[in-house]
Design a protein. Structure first.
Length: 260
């Protein structure tokens, strides 16, 4: 709208009416017109200060900074050392400017430099390459009674390759389950990577020895970590199982654990 009002001629007498109709300040329009009519300001290059060092003097200072005596010292130390000897070349800031012009200034503080970090990734291109397993509680037939569901998922196909229901959370139960699942699907040693969270049975020494004996690479993370999305596959299956209520447990605990 401002551009439309400024396009009107100043002598037409329509500026005040147009500003009132468009709710514009006339002073802003007049100020913009005057600014447009004024010639652009001439920008002259900034002259160097009369006391600035010349090219030869700057080269002499740089050569002094590169000498073995001062090469490992900060400009402030060099400045103080030269003053003690009765020599004044330039200010500390000029020393920094000369070094910066030649690319010889860097961060001198002992700060932690983070190396290039690559996010861990598990890639499954076929079945029986990457698996995920988890344990969850399921409500039993009576109050304060629970069952423990062990689930092993194949990440590539999202298939439940092994499961069992027990009345306790124990590493020995997982050992029996994984032995039977490993033999059932005929997984060659060194091919499978099994991912889990950092629960007690997952980090147990018996589980680590079992996976090492079978040639299975173990992987751990929390749910919020980068690799936690693999644990999320097991958790999503468990939540679906709880909601659908498709599991019917027998009250006789002597028949536990059960396995497909």
């Amino acid at each position: 709208m401002m551009q439309a009002v400024m396009a009107l001629t100043a002598k037409s007498g329509l500026t005040a009416s147009a500003c009132a109709a468009l709710d514009l300040a006339r002073a802003s329009v007049y100020r913009a017109r005057r600014r447009r009519l004024q010639p652009p300001p001439s920008s002259s290059p900034r002259l160097p200060p009369p006391r600035a060092l010349g090219p030869e003097e700057r080269s002499r200072v740089l050569d002094l900074l590169r000498t073995p005596r001062f090469v490992d010292l900060a400009p402030a130390e060099i400045y103080a050392t030269l003053l003690d000897e009765g020599v004044y070349l330039c200010s500390i800031r000029t020393l920094y400017r000369i070094l910066a012009e030649n690319g010889e200034v860097r961060e001198r503080r002992d700060q932690l430099r983070h190396p290039l970090y690559q996010k861990p990734e598990l890639l499954a291109e076929a079945p029986n390459q990457v698996g995920s397993w988890d344990i969850t509680k399921l409500m039993g037939p009576a109050k304060w009674s629970y069952f423990y569901l062990y689930v092993i998922l194949d990440i590539f196909s999202r298939r439940v390759v092994g499961w069992c229901v027990a009345d306790a959370e124990d590493t020995a139960l997982f050992k029996v389950l994984f032995d039977e699942t490993f033999a059932k699907h005929d997984v060659p040693p060194g091919q499978l990577t099994l991912h889990a969270d950092r629960g007690g049975p997952m980090k147990a020494k018996a589980t680590a020895f079992l996976l090492a004996d079978l040639g299975v690479t173990k992987s751990h993370s929390t749910v919020l970590a980068v690799l936690g999305k693999f644990v999320a596959f097991s958790m999503a299956y468990i939540v679906t199982l709880r909601i659908s209520k498709c599991m019917i447990f027998q009250e006789d605990s002597a028949k536990l654990p059960r396995q497909c």
